[in-house]
Design a protein around this ligand. Structure first.
Ligand SMILES: [Zn+2]
Length: 83
């Protein structure tokens, strides 16, 4: 029995299955930003929601108060300074 397991599914606000995807040099299907086709949601699991969110942030996600999220790729674009 799993106890206190929390699972966070993260979709990037800028990702859509309907976007235009092209194959990159590694053979992956990616859109103009670099999102991998069907690469979302990204799942983070931990014992608590707080831990989940902290893992996602460490991976580069920007989690907003309104419940949306920006993936590491988009976040780099939005804040080139790295803030
Ligand atoms: Zn993104």
């Amino acid at each position: 029995m799993w106890f206190g397991c929390y699972c966070l599914d993260l979709y990037c606000v800028n990702y859509a299955d309907t976007a235009k995807f092209t194959q990159d040099s590694a053979g992956r299907l990616v859109d103009a930003v670099g999102h991998e086709f069907k690469g979302y949601p990204r799942q983070y699991t931990a014992e608590t929601g707080t831990e989940c969110r902290s893992r996602a942030r460490k991976a580069g996600w920007l989690l907003r108060r309104d419940g949306t999220a920006l993936c590491p790729l988009c976040r780099k674009k939005a804040a080139p300074s790295g803030a």
